[in-house]
Design a protein around this ligand. Structure first.
Ligand SMILES: [Zn+2]
Length: 379
C-alpha cells in the first residue's frame, strides 16, 4: 500500500490521529482478530447447503419443463431463464465452494460436489490448479496468475506486452468473455492436457490415465445432459441455439464478475519478486482485490445471491475454506477494522461502477505501454 493511499484512507475514515498499520504482521493480526467463531461458521454452512438445495430444485424443475415438456412457450421461456440462473448459481455457489473444501466439513461431500465443474463443462482437476495454485496464491502477478493472461486477446496488466489492437480492447472484449466457458470446454482443457501446461505454467502434477479418464467422463456427462438428452425431445436448431446462448450468458457473468475483483483501476499488479507468503499474504490480497457493494434494494440481494461469494473476494482470498454465506458479515467486520486502523480496503460502490472501473482499466492498458502499478484506493 502506498503512503498516499494510506493518508487518503486516514483522512476519510477518522478525524482523530490514528496509529497507521503498515507492518504486514499488524494487518495479518487484524485479519485474524475478525475470524468467525465455530458457531458462526456452522450456521453459515447450513445456509449454504440450504441455498444449494434451492439451486438444485430450480435447475431440475427448469430442465424438466424446458427439455421434456411441451408446455406453452412463455412457461418454457421462463424455464430457460431458470436454467441460466441455476447454472450460474451452481458455478458461484456450489462448485466454487466445494472445490475450495468450503461446502461441507466432510471431505467426500466437497469432493463429490467439486464434479459439478466437470458437469458444467470445465475439468475440476484443471480448474483447481488454475484457481488455487496460480490465481489464489499469486493474485495479479504477471506470469503466474493465469486469470490475467488473455494474450493475444487482451492486455490486463502494465508489464504485459502491448499490441496495436489492444487500443480497442475496452470495446471488443465484452462479447468474448461470454465464450470463455465454451473455450474451456472445447479447447483449454484439452490443450492443457496435451502440453502439460496451464496459464503458461507447468501443471506440477502427473497427468495419469485416471486423470484423463475423469476429464473425458466429465465432458461426456456435460454433453449428455446439455445436448444429447435435449436432442431426443427437441429440434436440433433449438437445442444448439439454447446451448450457445446459455453458455454465453453464464460465461459472461462468471468471467466479468471475476474480472471486477482484480482487473480494475483500483487494484495493483505487484512484481513476482515481491513477498506474498505468510503475513505478507493479507497485504497482497488487499492490494490486488476489490469487493463490490450491492446497495440497490432490488438488484442488490439478487446479485449477491447469484454471484455467491464473488462480490466479497477480499475475504474469500484470505479464507477460501469458509462458506461464502459468511462473507458479507465477515467482510463488514474486516472493512470496519481496516478503516479504523487506516488500512486501505478496496470496494466498488456498486455493480455499475465496478463495470466502469474494469472498462477504464482496459482502456488504460490498451492505449499505453507505460507501466502503472495500480490506481487509487477506493475503500
Ligand atoms: Zn476461489
Amino acid at each position: 500500500m502506498s503512503d498516499t493511499a494510506l493518508n487518503r484512507s486516514q483522512e476519510r475514515t477518522s478525524p482523530e490521529p490514528i496509529r497507521p498499520l503498515t507492518a504486514a504482521s499488524d494487518v495479518a493480526s487484524l485479519w485474524r482478530s475478525v475470524l468467525p467463531t465455530g458457531a458462526e461458521e456452522a450456521s453459515a454452512r447450513r445456509r449454504l447447503q440450504a441455498k444449494a438445495g434451492l439451486i438444485g430444485l430450480v435447475f431440475i424443475i427448469s430442465y424438466g419443463v424446458l427439455v421434456l415438456s411441451h408446455l406453452a412457450w412463455p412457461i418454457r421461456t421462463a424455464a430457460a431463464a431458470g436454467i441460466v440462473v441455476a447454472v450460474i448459481a451452481i458455478g458461484t455457489g456450489i462448485m466454487h465452494d466445494a472445490n475450495h473444501g468450503a461446502f461441507a466439513r466432510r471431505r467426500w461431500v466437497n469432493q463429490a460436489l467439486s464434479y459439478t465443474s466437470d458437469a458444467l463443462g470445465a475439468s475440476s482437476w484443471l480448474w483447481r490448479i488454475q484457481h488455487h495454485k496460480l490465481h489464489h496464491a499469486n493474485t495479479n502477478v504477471v506470469g503466474l496468475d493465469g486469470d490475467i493472461s488473455l494474450a493475444p486477446l487482451a492486455r490486463l496488466a502494465p508489464s504485459q506486452p502491448w499490441r496495436p489492437w489492444y487500443r480497442a480492447q475496452h470495446i471488443y472484449i465484452w462479447p468474448f468473455y461470454g465464450f470463455m466457458a465454451i473455450k474451456n470446454l472445447l479447447v483449454s482443457d484439452i490443450v492443457a492436457l496435451a502440453t502439460r501446461r496451464l496459464g503458461g505454467q507447468p501443471l506440477g502434477r502427473p497427468v495419469t490415465a485416471g486423470v484423463v479418464a475423469k476429464i473425458t467422463a466429465g465432458k461426456v456427462v456435460h454433453f449428455g445432459w446439455a445436448v444429447a438428452l435435449p436432442l431426443l425431445f427437441n429440434p436440433w436448431w433449438a437445442v444448439l441455439a439454447f446451448y450457445v446462448a446459455c453458455s454465453w450468458v453464464a460465461g459472461s457473468v462468471l468471467a466479468v464478475v471475476f474480472q471486477l475483483a482484480h482487473c480494475v483501476d483500483t487494484t495493483e499488479f505487484p512484481d513476482a519478486v515481491g513477498d506474498r507468503r505468510r503475513d505478507e499474504f493479507v497485504l497482497h490480497q488487499l492490494r490486488t482485490t476489490c469487493d463490490i457493494d450491492s446497495p440497490s434494494p432490488v438488484v442488490g440481494p439478487f446479485f449477491r445471491w447469484l454471484v455467491g461469494g464473488l462480490d466479497h473476494q477480499v475475504v474469500h482470498h484470505l479464507s477460501p475454506r469458509l462458506p461464502h454465506t459468511l462473507y458479507p458479515a465477515l467482510a463488514q467486520r474486516f472493512r470496519d477494522q481496516c478503516q479504523q486502523q487506516g488500512v486501505a480496503y478496496r470496494v466498488h460502490p456498486g455493480v455499475w461502477p465496478a463495470i466502469r472501473s474494469h472498462a477504464r482499466w482496459l482502456r488504460q492498458m490498451g492505449v499505453s505501454t507505460a507501466g502503472a502499478s495500480g490506481g487509487p484506493s477506493c475503500g
